[in-house]
Design a protein around this ligand. Structure first.
Ligand code: GLY
Length: 389
């Protein structure tokens, strides 16, 4: 079967963002082709799937926090709809996230986060060390304090991508397992992509959701500088452990600091646990290193010593697509027909519902969605033009 052809919309990249955009857009009655040589094998494959806008809130990123809270609020309905649209179950944690601190410096970091939550009016409960262990008995007796964040949860991102692909397929999304090598441009407008087979896939709109490959190394690399998204890879290493399912296991996501090092531990409730993550500016390198694995185990075991009993089943490194302001690029670009859904950095899984809803609405009606207006890709093209002048 030919990989080329025509559609209303071509989505480049079948990670959690691309797959969600494709499904939602097909629901609006548009024909969609999703292009990816290895669907779900990029950043989504390593992600722990935390839906943790409050625990991950960062100073100076209040606009992004608003988008994260919006998307988190959409998750229950999004997953319920997905359940009805395919046969792939997606596990979601139910207990609150607990953020913990081990030593005096860690407690000071916790205080700062707690003050920030108070400033923003975010619902968080302060805990003593004993409160922390009452909530989560597997925490180390050395944990000195913490926060309970009732609204922060996690989903299994690998299952989520498979569910989105299955739901999309039911809606007629055609999956092409090839790479897009370049953008097709006609009279200044995007008109599709050329595949690595040399075939052309034409479309009225191209949505680039290729994560770290949305930047200069991807199919948009040949465009003028002001049109190439400023996305760079930030490597994250994670470890996957497996224990017995059941009440003896960890019941909630634990994040925090172990002697200054940030770490998180995410249990899916079925014995599987993810430990993450390193944050490394190493270009496109995805080696798993002994040092990375050592630090993750050291820090996670300091918070939850019982993890030492679990089987170590996987070590993975993938690339988060980061932007200069840590916020995503969602919406139309200065080139007609070229739309971005990329640069989600640490929040790809969390931001999938709001990104997909906003873009599907835009693609169906031509009206840009208000909830993502602050994340327009054009906020950077102005800077790029000034710099290149
Ligand atoms: N949001 C988790 C991470 O980027 O590691």
């Amino acid at each position: 079967m030919t990989a080329g052809g025509r559609a209303d919309v071509v989505v480049v990249g079948a990670g959690v963002i691309g797959a969600a955009v494709a499904w939602r857009t097909a629901q609006r009655g548009l024909s969609v082709v999703l292009v990816d040589p290895a669907p779900g094998c990029g950043a989504s494959y390593a992600a722990a799937g935390m839906l943790a806008p409050v625990a991950e809130a960062a100073y100076g990123e209040e606009t992004l926090l608003g988008l994260c809270l919006d998307s988190a609020a959409r998750y229950p309905a999004f997953l319920a709809e997905l359940r009805g649209a395919c046969d792939v179950p997606v596990a979601r944690t139910s207990g609150a996230t607990v953020v913990v601190a081990l030593d005096g410096d860690d407690l000071r970091a916790l205080d700062r986060l707690s003050d920030y939550h108070d400033e923003l009016g975010l619902p968080v409960r302060r805990l003593t060390g004993r409160d922390c262990r009452r909530l989560e008995p597997l925490l180390s007796p050395r944990v000195r304090g913490g926060l309970s964040v009732e609204g922060d949860h996690a989903v299994d991102p690998r299952a989520l991508v498979q569910a989105l692909l299955a739901a999309g397929a039911r809606r007629g999304v055609r999956l092409v397992r090839r790479s897009a090598s370049s953008l097709l441009v006609e009279s200044g407008s995007a008109r599709g992509v050329r595949l690595d087979t040399g075939e052309d896939l034409t479309a009225d709109v191209v949505v680039v959701a290729a994560g770290s490959w949305s930047g200069p190394t991807g199919p948009l690399g040949g465009l003028p500088a002001h049109l190439v998204p400023p996305v760079r890879p930030v490597k994250g290493q994670v470890l996957r452990l497996r224990g017995e399912p059941g009440p003896a296991g960890l019941t909630r996501t634990v994040r925090g600091w172990a002697h200054g090092a940030p770490v998180y531990v995410v249990p899916y409730g079925d014995g599987r646990v993810v430990l993450g993550a390193t944050s490394e500016e190493m270009g496109f390198n995805t080696d798993v290193t002994a040092g990375g694995a050592y630090e993750l185990l050291r820090d996670a075991l300091a918070l939850v010593p019982g993890l030492a009993e679990l089987e170590l089943v996987e070590a993975t490194a993938r690339l988060r697509p980061a932007t200069p302001d840590n916020a995503p690029l969602i919406g139309p670009t200065a080139m007609p027909g070229l739309v971005l859904a990329t640069g989600h950095y640490r929040n790809g899984v969390l931001l999938a519902p709001v990104t997909a809803d906003a873009l599907a609405g835009f693609l169906a009606t031509g009206v840009p969605a208000g909830e993502v207006s602050a994340f327009s890709p054009r906020r950077f093209s102005a800077t790029a033009q000034q710099v290149s002048r």
